[in-house]
Design a protein around this ligand. Structure first.
Ligand code: ADP
Ligand code: ZN
Length: 300
């Protein structure tokens, strides 16, 4: 009998729920808008309950959530979405209702930690013990696996908010982050591109000047991550990275910025296989939730 996972990708605009055992075996899936916590969590629970009736019990459930979240099992607010600015969602217990409804282990982490775990299990970082995943979309988030485990600390990494160098002569735009102005997310996420140029980034052609600047900022952030964590692979997903021409620009710019300092063939000779698109395409999030479920069962 196949072990079935419940996966929940809890996003700020939509929830995706699925039941299955892996990328080639997704038995059922549902997506619905993120409304109030009570209504949205009830819909997720109703979906899983229906699947349990039809397919049999879930071995565990995994949740990759928008944040910030509390991923510390020893904390009284473990499993909560904590200080989010999203109306109505501050201090929302996500794990509690799922655990109460199904009585199985529930894995819980940031959406991007889930995504990097899914990519390491089935995707572009398969078999690697050190990898980083970024989404560059409405915001920028980063998840990391270090020595085979997801990176946590005080809370969880917030790599999207790292500070970069901005040359005001080249880029007078002061940035979009409500906390930091011109942090990486403030300069490079989709809404920053839209505000800097006055139209949605989807409408820019590949020769638009936005892209060299974008590659420059992304490359600065990746240089920092390479210097701090020494990941074996970096995966870049999210809506903005739908602009596939960004990859070669980022590859060149990372090499230029590092300037030969990290003497490894992965960077000097094979950078196109080092900084890559998600192997799971747009499914890193939901498959990451399966991987969080699998990990929760193993850790239980
Ligand atoms: P979210 O981050 O909300 O989960 P996405 O990853 O799709 O969702 O990111 C949405 C953001 O990415 C929007 O700001 C949008 O303008 C931008 N975006 C989406 N698709 C593209 C594209 N093909 N090219 C450039 N920007 C895009
Ligand atoms: Zn910021």
């Amino acid at each position: 009998m196949t072990t079935l996972w419940g996966g929940l990708e809890a996003g700020g605009t939509k929830f995706v729920c699925a039941v299955g055992s892996g990328p080639d075996d997704i038995r059922a899936e549902a997506r619905f808008p993120t409304t109030t916590p009570a209504e949205t969590l009830a819909r997720a629970i109703a979906f899983f309950r229906e699947q349990v009736d039809q397919l049999g019990p879930l071995a565990a459930i995994g949740v990759g959530s928008f944040g910030p979240v509390d991923p510390d099992p020893a904390s009284p607010h473990y499993g909560y979405i904590t200080t989010t600015p999203k109306p109505g969602w501050k201090n929302t217990d996500v794990v509690g209702p799922l655990r109460a409804a199904f009585g199985v282990p529930v894995g819980f982490d940031t959406d991007v930690n889930g995504a990097v775990l899914g990519e390491a299990r089935w995707g572009a970082a398969r078999g690697l013990a050190n990898a980083v995943y970024f989404t560059i979309g409405t915001g920028i988030g980063g998840g990391a696996i270090l020595n085979g485990r997801l990176a946590h600390g005080l809370v969880h990494p917030e790599m999207g908010h790292m500070l970069l160098r901005r040359d005001p002569a080249r880029d007078p735009y002061v940035g979009h982050c409500p906390y930091h102005g011109d942090c990486w997310e403030g300069l490079s996420a989709g809404p920053a591109l839209e505000e800097r140029y006055g139209v949605k980034a989807e409408t820019f052609g590949p020769d638009h000047p936005a892209w060299d600047l974008e590659a420059h900022y992304v490359a600065q952030a990746l240089m920092n991550v390479i210097c701090i964590l020494s990941p074996e692979r970096i995966i870049l997903g999210g809506g903005v990275m739908g602009q596939a021409h960004l990859f070669p620009r980022i590859h060149r710019e990372v090499q230029t910025l590092l300037n030969g300092y990290v003497q490894h063939a992965a960077i000097l000779e094979r950078i196109a296989a080092y900084i890559v698109a998600p192997g799971l395409g747009t499914r890193s999030g939901i498959l990451g939730a399966f991987a969080l479920a699998e990990q929760a069962l193993a850790d239980a």
